[in-house]
Design a protein. Structure first.
Length: 175
């Protein structure tokens, strides 16, 4: 069973290569058990889709703060929530970085989970994703926060995974 705290020991930033959505859910479950303050950047599913999953798995949503990068591309004015913000769209990269920076500056998070780099590739090319990850990793390290960047292995070629792995302290394979 995946344990995010054990697997990422000694690393501030980790690339988590997963087989499927169930592996991503294992990352969420583990983080919810190991950490009390989780910053969750979501590109793969909208904020409101987490509710049932959290209830079913007895996960406290108050331990999470969400930066939702996709809901507003479908819903112009989503209902305001206490534990999240909605970015104007998936290509609003400066807004995303700004939201992450603001939360890291004002709140001490135990871990940031970025779900997922695979989904980001729908909107940008590999080179851009590499630069974006590099900038985020530097920002996160500057705030002494652990980070797990999730990527689905079937969505990218192995050389790209190796490139991304060089930008993080550790690469973890859940395949």
């Amino acid at each position: 069973m995946f344990n995010i705290k054990t697997e990422t020991k000694g690393a501030l930033t980790s690339l988590v290569v997963t087989a499927d959505v169930n592996s991503i859910l294992a990352v969420i479950n583990s983080a919810s058990k190991e950490y009390k303050k989780i910053l969750y950047v979501t590109y793969s599913r909208p904020y409101f889709s987490f509710g049932d999953y959290f209830k079913k798995n007895k996960i406290n949503p108050n331990n999470f703060f969400f930066i939702d990068c996709i809901t507003r591309s479908a819903v112009k004015k989503p209902v305001k929530v206490n534990n999240g913000v909605f970015i104007s769209g998936p290509k609003a990269f400066e807004e995303i970085q700004g939201a992450i920076y603001k939360k890291l500056k004002t709140t001490k998070f135990d871990v940031l989970i970025f779900d997922s780099l695979s989904s980001l590739l729908v909107y940008e090319k590999e080179m851009f994703v590499s630069r974006f990850l590099h900038q985020l990793a530097a920002m996160i390290k500057g705030h002494n926060c652990k980070a797990a960047f999730v990527i689905l292995h079937k969505d990218v070629d192995f050389n790209f995974v190796k490139t991304l792995g060089m930008l993080t302290d550790k690469t973890i394979y859940l395949i």
